[in-house]
Design a protein around this ligand. Structure first.
Ligand SMILES: *Cc1c(COP(=O)(O)O)cnc(C)c1O
Length: 360
């Protein structure tokens, strides 16, 4: 059986070693003669799975002791509401940097609960860069400051994390968490839907500084309060057990690969292969500003819609799948998350070169 090169933005490619391990353990998880899907979430086997997953997240990211690691449901999108619900508790004000569709949705949710200040926006230029931030525009008494570190649809990413002083920094890292080391202590809350760089859809990872969990407004429903998950070890109700199990296998795989320093090296190598070609090609180009380029999602265009469509079609026939850009921006996009091997990117660049030669 040959597997295709899957450049999907999410749900995305998973490490083959993880899928094989899951297949091996499908009918009989570690001698208990049951699938992980059939285990009680209160039993010792699943307790082992979730506790090991949590410990590995802490180890891989070097998370300080005053942070909690939580497994939630509702996708990254539910965090757009949970963040203001839980954190807009003092002055009911928050700063947002607007860099694409995901921040647009997050801003729309936050406006339901308080005052939103847009510190900067790249919307007028089609979100092709991360705007410069001027700290004099920051709201001094904001309850939090919000960014999306990697903009999946447009292929932009922050190269420097803003210093927000005493105001907690909240980051949507759905599409670049675990792609390289980060200093967790700079953040109040980090969240990520799993289906890009962590595992299957259905589980959302939240990393939250302990002091931010307190004083949740009384009106917040239990399942929407971070405190509920902290107090119950993410087991107030049945968690997404199987998604957590696969995520746990991915965390083991990251450790076996050499941790985030090793992963970072591979990711930069992959991104460089593609960007170097885009910058020399006469046919394909990157619409993204040089200083804001993502190493995870790389959009590219020919400038001619019919040629884009032909490229996507022929690439697919050659086992290079899901290269169509987001429905709102068109063109192509290669998502090259951790689980995309270097060989996959090499195959893509080789195909692009041939396509350029044959069509110019
Ligand atoms: C995919 C994505 C989301 C939405 O995730 P869901 O799990 O579908 O809610 C939010 N933010 C970013 C940056 C994403 O890439």
């Amino acid at each position: 059986m040959t597997r295709v090169c899957n450049f999907s933005a999410g749900p995305a490619v998973l490490p083959e070693a993880v899928l094989k391990k899951a297949a091996e353990e499908m009918l009989d998880y570690k001698g208990c003669s049951m699938s992980v899907m059939e285990l009680s979430h209160r039993g010792k086997e699943f307790k082992g799975i979730i506790e090991t997953a949590e410990a590995n997240v802490k180890e891989i990211l070097g998370i300080p002791d005053n942070y909690k690691v939580l497994f939630l449901q509702g996708g990254a999108s539910l965090q757009f509401a949970m963040i203001p619900l839980n954190l807009m508790k003092n002055n009911k004000k928050a700063d947002y940097v607007h860099t694409g569709q995901w921040t647009k949705k997050a801003i729309a949710e936050a406006k339901k609960y308080g005052q939103v200040n847009i510190v900067a926006s790249s919307e007028p230029d089609g979100y092709t860069y991360i705007p410069e931030l001027d700290p004099s525009d920051f709201t001094k008494d904001a309850d939090y400051f919000y960014i999306a570190t990697n903009n999946t649809i447009y292929g932009t990413a922050y190269k420097n994390i803003p210093d927000t002083g005493a105001v907690p920094l909240v980051a949507d890292m759905s599409s670049n968490i675990f792609s390289e080391p980060i200093d967790v202590s700079k953040f109040g809350v980090i969240f990520a839907g799993a289906q890009k760089n962590i595992g299957p859809a259905g589980v959302t990872l939240v990393i939250i500084r302990e002091d931010l969990v307190n004083d949740v407004p009384e009106s917040v429903p239990s399942l929407l309060s971070y405190k509920t998950y902290v107090n119950s070890g993410s087991m107030y109700n049945t968690p997404p057990c199987y998604s957590i199990y696969i995520a746990g296998l991915v965390f083991e795989w990251i450790k076996e690969t050499g941790g985030l320093e090793a992963i970072k090296k591979i990711n930069y190598e992959k991104a460089k292969l593609l960007y170097d070609y885009l910058d020399t090609s006469e046919m394909f180009s990157s619409p993204v500003n040089n200083e804001s380029r993502s190493i995870m999602n790389i959009p590219f265009v020919t400038g001619v819609d019919a040629l884009d469509a032909k490229f996507i079609q022929e690439a697919s026939e050659n086992g290079l799948k899901t290269l169509k850009g987001h429905r709102t921006v068109g063109g192509m996009r290669a998502s090259i998350y951790n689980a995309m091997p270097v060989a996959g990117v090499k195959a893509l660049v080789k195909f692009m070169k041939e396509f350029e030669k044959n069509n110019s």
